[in-house]
Write a protein of this length. Structure first.
Lengths: 551, 262
């Protein structure tokens, strides 16, 4: 496989050498990196299988999105401009966001600094190895998105049109890669390692939300005929938007009517990726090695103010009202701080926060009830229970950290019930991440449905919390941030996730039943509160014997 | 000995790797008096860290008996942990925290008052030249800076026994001298130091008693003077070579150079 990929790249040797790359070195480094990737993927261990399955799943999901986009072409060639614009925009977003989220680690990997930087390797070689390494995976994304559209093109417009689409897919991928790299390399010149890592983290979160939103939105866009018809005239501003370069040149070639505008767009679609390559190479690649070596040197000073503010009143206030013991409070405060600062934790959890809002928006967008009449419905139950989605993510993410080895400290402390520490940790992330979302969403609930639903909001809160405790207790008790994240995608987590979602649906169903049967929730609430008290107490008193041994 | 602060009796430990079992400690017995500095040395893989982890209550599945600070480790691990400090080898810290926050975390879990921790932590950080970094996150600290935080976290609660596993790794020369002096002064005040290390020079200078372990067996136990008696050695390093039976160093070095020049 590695040799096959290297052979595919070999025809571009002259181009790469023209760009200043030492090709033999380039091939050796890229070969080693691909071999390492391959070894992560092949084999029989469950982790390797999961990785392999995750990759296949990714290809499948992109394939499905491609299928949904192809359905826009049902209207025939008149929808081609609209389809191709959406299609190229989506590829561009996915490539740029993919580069930001997953593949920036390859571009900015400082782990092999000590291996590569002392060797006589030029900055251009090192940069292009990384760009090519990323490009291989991004091409996989673009091509998985394109499989169904390419097949559709063959059947609707012929083989030549399909080849044209393929070339455009490659061009937009190349352009997106170079554009992102230009932004990255400029950022590397302007900002320090820590700041850049923060920017990357937040971009990753946005990417995850866009992806989830697009997945929901795409089928609906395909059905919107009015929008498709409005997309038939070339406007001047289209010259500024890259996906139009491809779509506005592809459409007249396939449908006929090629004119001066079309040739302008065609020129841009071919020339801009090359200009991007030239810019990356001639202006920005020179200091790549140097920038890499400074990337590890962060700026801790800038966080001081934030850290101090965070340690003051808010955390203390919450830790005081939520904790029963000093141990629980200490854990609460510490985990609050770590959760607030750990980038990987944020990357795993924040998209879930965005998704809560997507679930809510989508369920109301799909609804045929006008907003003025919404107060008559029982849809407030969606608002009450949707935030529970985030708890699901929180419960299995809290145990993972890149810094998991630091959990040795838990083995050295004289605490009788470690449950106090895990309970404090849960309360910290619950207060920090779930509570604000729940409050924001349910202020809206009360606004639309009136004060009569306050009791429902309180009841919903207690039943979600109760379910969270049940979920915490059915899985092995682990200290926060004490496990390696690589096992995160294991089947166990998927199962817990499914269980939690089922449990939330069950609790929402019960709530719906109580409301439908006109049972006053005030009578049920004391029972829920009692169960909640007993569960939280039991969790707090988890003994050492029940704890997962830390590494 | 009845007034020993550490007693180990027939301590054994095995690790299972698939179907095979590897015994790393073989029936070790020893006792340590309060105020002693024990230099616990041995080649790589000899079982030093395993012994320290058992005595610090981190590894609980072992054979034999072990008592620390008057408590049976197996029966009362929390009481043992309340009386000891542990500074591990290659330890990680929660690097998104600041040294002050980490020390608050550890100190409070040892039952210290927050104001007292802050006061002590601030002074100790100052003495380790980290005062200006007390409120910086540790993710950009050098290895030596992290090691200093680790040392402070192991002693901030004023433990009776301190277990140290390569504590000087990554420290600059001045800090090494400071730590050596701390250990000597703590021992004078009656604290017991169980010091596991590869750095023979430091062990030789600070230890009242040296215990050499090889392949899980104690092969020498005594003061430097006692152990070196009758042997033609000038340093603990040479003594170590003699006792572990590895004296062909120059031959090995010569072989390596030969291969490089081929």
């Amino acid at each position: 496989m590695v040799k096959f990929i290297l052979r595919l790249i070999r025809p571009f040797r002259k181009l790469l050498e023209w760009a200043g790359v030492n090709y033999p070195q380039f091939e050796v480094i890229l070969g080693a990196k691909l071999t390492m990737d391959n070894r992560k993927m092949l084999g029989n261990s469950s982790q390797k299988k999961t990785l392999k399955n995750a990759m296949l799943m990714q290809v499948l999901i992109y394939g499905i999105i491609g299928f949904f986009m192809s359905t826009m072409l049902i209207r025939g060639s008149s929808a081609l401009f609209f389809f191709s614009t959406i299609f190229f925009s989506f590829i561009m977003i996915m490539v740029i966001m993919g580069l930001i989220s997953e593949f920036n680690t390859i571009l900015f990997d400082t782990r092999d600094n000590s291996i590569l930087l002392p060797r006589p390797i030029g900055p251009r070689t090192l940069l292009f190895v990384r760009i090519m390494h990323i490009m291989i995976y991004l091409m996989l994304i673009s091509l998985s998105l394109s499989i169904i559209p390419l097949i559709t093109f063959v059947s609707m417009f012929g083989v030549a049109a399909m080849l044209l689409l393929l070339v455009d897919v490659i061009l937009i991928t190349l352009f997106s890669v170079f554009l992102t790299n230009i932004i990255y390399l400029l950022l590397m010149k302007m900002t320090t390692g820590e700041r850049l890592k923060d920017i990357i983290t937040y971009s990753q979160i946005v990417m995850a939300i866009i992806f989830m939103g697009a997945y929901q939105l795409m089928p609906r866009l395909a059905e919107n005929h009015a929008l498709i018809s409005s997309f038939n005239h070339v406007q001047w501003w289209m010259y500024l938007v890259p996906p139009f370069w491809m779509s506005a040149s592809l459409t007249p070639i396939v449908n006929g009517g090629f004119n001066l505008h079309s040739s302008g767009f065609l020129l841009l679609s071919v020339a801009m990726p090359l200009i991007g390559l030239w810019l990356v190479n001639s202006v920005l690649a020179k200091n790549f090695n140097q920038s890499l070596s400074t990337l590890d040197q962060g700026d801790t000073k800038s966080d001081k103010k934030k850290d101090k503010a965070e340690t003051s009143s808010l955390v203390n206030f919450f830790s005081r009202i939520c904790s029963y013991s000093a141990e629980e409070r200490v854990s609460f405060t510490t985990i609050w701080r770590i959760a607030n600062r750990d980038r990987k934790f944020k990357q795993a959890v924040y998209p879930g926060l965005g998704y809560v809002f997507i679930i809510i928006i989508m369920s109301f967008v799909n609804s045929r009830t006008p907003l003025s009449e919404i107060g008559e419905t029982r849809k407030y139950l969606i608002l009450i229970y949707a935030p529970a989605f985030i708890l699901n993510v929180l419960i299995y993410t809290i145990r993972y950290s890149e810094n998991f080895k630091a959990s040795w400290i838990y083995q050295t402390i004289p605490v009788q019930y470690p449950g106090q520490l895990i309970s404090g940790a849960f309360k910290a992330i619950f207060s920090q991440l779930f509570l604000p979302v729940y409050l924001v969403v349910n202020i809206a609930t009360i606004y639309f449905w009136g004060y009569s639903v306050i009791i429902d909001v309180i009841y919903g809160f207690c039943s979600i919390l109760m379910m969270a405790y049940v979920m915490l207790m059915v899985q092995p008790a682990a200290f926060p941030f004490s496990d390696e994240r690589s096992s995160e995608q294991s089947g166990r987590n998927v199962m817990i996730s499914m269980l939690m979602l089922l449990a939330i649906a069950g609790m929402a169903g019960l709530h719906y039943l109580l409301v439908t049967l006109n049972i006053n929730l005030l009578f049920v609430l004391p029972v829920i509160l009692l169960v909640l008290f007993l569960l939280s107490r039991k969790y707090r008193l988890t003994p050492w014997s029940k704890m997962v041994k830390v590494n | 000995m009845s007034n020993s602060i550490i007693t180990i009796d027939n301590l054994s430990k095995s690790y299972r790797n698939g179907r095979t079992e590897k015994k790393v400690l073989h029936n070790i017995s020893l006792s340590v008096l309060p105020g002693q500095i024990i230099g616990y040395i041995g080649p790589n893989g000899a079982g030093k860290s395993t012994t320290v982890k058992i005595l610090a209550g981190i590894i609980s599945d072992f054979e034999g008996e072990a008592n620390v600070a008057g408590y049976d480790i197996r029966k009362e691990p929390l009481k043992v942990k309340a009386h000891i400090g542990y500074i591990p080898e290659n330890a990680s810290l929660y690097e998104t925290l600041t040294p002050m926050e980490f020390l608050q975390f550890v100190g409070q879990l040892h039952g210290l008052d927050l104001a007292k921790i802050e006061d002590k932590a601030s002074k100790l950080l100052g003495l380790f030249d980290l005062k200006q970094n007390a409120h910086d996150r540790m993710n950009t600290f050098s290895k030596g800076m992290k090691q200093k935080v680790l040392i402070i976290s192991g002693i901030i609660h004023n433990p009776d026994v301190i277990f140290m596993d390569e504590p000087l790794d990554g420290l600059d020369a001045n800090s090494v001298i400071v730590v050596k002096e701390i250990l000597i002064q703590l021992a004078r005040e009656g604290k017991t130091i169980f010091y596991s290390s590869h750095i023979m020079d430091v062990v030789e200078k600070i230890s009242d008693r040296i215990i050499l372990i090889n392949q899980g067996i104690v092969i020498a136990d005594g003061t430097y003077a006692e152990l070196s008696q009758g042997k033609e050695v000038n340093s603990l390093e040479q003594l170590f070579t003699v006792l572990t039976g590895k004296s062909d160093h120059s031959q090995r070095a010569g072989d390596i150079i030969d291969i490089l020049e081929q």
